[in-house]
Design a protein around this ligand. Sequence first.
Ligand code: FAD
Length: 490
Amino acid sequence: MTQTPTAIIGAGIGGIATAVRLAVRGHRVVVFEAQESFGGKMHQVELPGGYRFDGGPSLFTLPHLVDELFELAGRNPADYFRYQRLDPITEYFFADGTRVTAWADEKKFAREVEEKLGVPAADVRAFLARSGRAYDATAGTFLQKSLHKAGTYLSPDVLKALAALPQLGLTSTMHQRHEAAFSDPRLVQLFDRFATYNGSDPYQAPATLSMIPHLEHGIGAFYPEGGIYAIAQSLVRLAEELGVEFRYNEPVREILTESGHITGLRTDQDTYQFGQVVSNMDVVPTYRHLLPTQPAPERTLSQPRSSSALIFYWGVARRFPELGVHNIFFSEDYKREFEAIFGQQTISPDPTVYVNITSGHTPTDAPEGHENWFVMVNVPHDQGQDWPALVAQTRAAVLRRVSQALGTDIGPLIRAEHVWDPPGIAARTSSFGGALYGSSSNNALAAFLRHPNFSRRLKGLYFCGGSVHPGGGIPLCLLSAHIVSDLMNN
Ligand code: FAD
């Protein structure tokens, strides 16, 4: 049991999970958060008229990674946090008017695809089985351990996973893998979409990422009671019970060092001594703003960013029984859409639209007879684009697409609205350019190019969260906390 106090910069999900893990191991932990509350990207939005939304993430997979934190602390997870398996998972609306429901049951989903798209169910099941095998062969290695410690490469499991990599598709793209598997372009589009789960482009991302569908279709998609925000809320409650101190509205301005060691932090309120600091802030501003005189790992920091998002939070004065929790309205030309995002750094005039509605499961999220629509489009990270113009153009395109698919003019039903764009995401969370997942995974070696969970130069400095290894998204941020806690305690 160590008594050295540890500071965590940021109360995002990675920072909260790290705080829990360190507190369980006997550390005294103080979390400094720039905003007035916890959650970071995982915050909530409330609009006049009685609408509540999960502000950022909406899809929840690998719930055992949350349960595990309560169990580590000797608590019963269900006393803090409950969830159910979602079925159906997603409603897909294709540009040609075809609709496909992604059922949780793999066989039922495969039958649905056969019926609606004419692709043999056996082909779908074979693809999903392959996705599961790829996940099992690599996830334990590439997601659960530091890739930047020599010791990692000495374990037989890791050597086996590295040997398997070439067959898993480092040399072809996700899109090529899906085209080879399916003749129907709609099913190719459906599986290509999984590249967006870590902010990547299916036309560039390696085929290894075709293991992502296994998370949803093999292991399951889940809905937390009370929405995704309940994950952060319940873990903060646990952290506080374990003695973690949260200092809100206190942005860290500088990480203090002496002779290659961390010595503390400076905020506007005070200067504090800490032997160990974990940055849950995006790694780029951590170096640029908090360590301006230290040499930065420029090659790592210059990796291309993941996509960002443009979100419209709409209070909608009607219920749509044909919609579920997750709904996708596909664009007609997916390739053009990704060329716009990653090539031209703009938004396609015909973007794919994602609509998340939680009021069906959590009735208090909208007034009776209404729904809370979280409407999201994938967009490039902020590089000074004309966002007001892009927001106006995209709002019109989204309304056109969704109104056409549902046969109802949606515009007049909007009773409350809030918009979050990439500069807004950057301002609220300090994520570089408002990128959702740090660097993109468009490069086959991206996993190795992410920043490690520790500093090679400064003793006592660690990193967790979506901008470092193993990557963005709730499960990976939780895994980063696990890796950091192991590094700090070994
Ligand atoms: P962040 O959420 O980035 O939080 C960092 C925290 O650090 C913030 O609270 C910030 O205020 C604080 N901070 C920054 N600088 C300082 C400072 N100097 N001092 C003190 N505090 C500071 N993931 C999924 O798994 N499923 C999804 O469906 C999904 N959809 C998404 C949709 C959107 C719109 C967004 C924005 C994200 C989505 N993600 C999704 C990604 C997921 O939300 C993130 O990967 C994850 O929440 C990031 O957590 P983090 O630990 O990196 O911290």
